[in-house]
Design a protein around this ligand. Structure first.
Ligand code: ZN
Ligand code: ZN
Length: 318
């Protein structure tokens, strides 16, 4: 079973996205790229090289529902005459625009983000949404952990790897332990666990960093020989990357705990202290990272947290 990597341009800061074609029956595309003319043209050219066209695609599998990965899913599905679209059920909230949801807004306010900033973030994400068509629940089938995605000459097994988003999935080809990991494993950057509502109880926050650490360990237990990520080069030495990630996460934990002043601070205050010069686009990522780390430090008993004035205030332990 051949896996063909295809790099597609995106309008985002992160740069090109990797999608993966399995050019055998049923012809399958893992991730789609954003809804831009450049991405769809690059994709068509790559399919042509394999002697294929969009109408040959029978199945679209999504690692997660960020615009750079899922943006073209609906358009390709329509052009391919109702190809099947598969995504984990916990990605529902992401498919239709994140900050539209009252829940996310509530979470941002609880994290201490001022109202005018919440508004800036909402507008920014409405801008990003143009790069994806939303998919309704009845357009998709659900990926479930450990399910087999079968092909003529082999199979990929679904490995639910939440963290970056709640419904992020990876896929393993057991024959040679190749893992397609989406944004769970990226060679050069530590992926950012994004602030999102818990898929089971949307009034709560998804424990992104704690979940992410479990997912990283789960991928490690698969002993992958090759990891194909959503951006950048593939990873041959996952063990080295795994240890590097853990060190980076430990360092960030220490840094963040030190940044909490004696009088206490919200996640927003901490993110502004940590990333003082960031522009609009990156403030959501900044507060996501601060929340993820503060939550984790709190759950590990390294910080105290209490509600004050409708927002969470973290304090150092005396
Ligand atoms: Zn992503
Ligand atoms: Zn991505």
């Amino acid at each position: 079973m051949k896996i063909v990597p295809i790099s597609l341009p995106t309008p985002f800061y992160i740069g090109p996205v990797n999608v993966y074609l399995i050019p055998e029956d049923p012809i399958t595309l893992i991730d789609t790229g954003p809804k831009t003319k450049e991405a769809v043209e690059t994709l068509r050219a790559a399919l042509r090289k394999e002697g294929l066209s969009v109408s040959d695609i029978r199945r679209i599998v999504l690692t997660h529902a960020h615009e750079d990965h899922c943006g073209l899913a609906r358009a390709l599905r329509d052009e391919a005459k109702d190809a099947e679209v598969l995504v984990h059920g916990w990605e529902t909230g992401h498919r239709a625009g994140r900050l539209e949801y009252d829940e996310t807004r509530q979470l941002l306010m609880r994290a201490g983000v001022p109202l005018d900033e919440v508004e800036v973030m909402r507008r920014m994400y409405e801008g990003v949404r143009q790069y994806a068509d939303s998919l309704d629940d009845d357009h998709c089938d659900q990926l479930t952990d450990e399910a087999e995605i079968e092909f003529e000459s082999g199979a990929l097994q679904v490995v639910h790897t939440p963290g970056h988003t709640p419904g992020s999935c990876s896929f393993i080809r057991h024959a040679d332990r190749t893992v397609i990991a989406g944004d769970c494993v990226l060679k050069r950057i530590t992926p950012n666990p994004m602030l999102s509502p818990d898929p089971i109880d949307p009034t709560r926050r998804f424990r992104s960093l704690a979940e992410y650490l479990v997912s990283l360990a789960r991928v490690r237990a698969l002993a992958p020989t090759l990891v194909l990520g959503g951006h950048g080069d593939s990873v041959q030495d996952y063990e080295e990357l795994f240890n590097r990630y853990l060190r980076a996460i430990d360092e960030r934990q220490l840094q963040i705990i030190r940044m909490v002043p004696a009088e206490g601070a919200s996640a927003w205050d901490v993110s502004r202290a940590m990333f003082p010069g960031t522009d609009d686009v990156h403030r959501f990522l900044g507060v996501s990272e601060a929340v993820a780390h503060l939550d984790y430090a709190h759950s590990e008993g390294k910080l105290a947290m209490e509600m004050g004035d409708g927002r969470e205030v973290y304090r150092r332990l005396s």
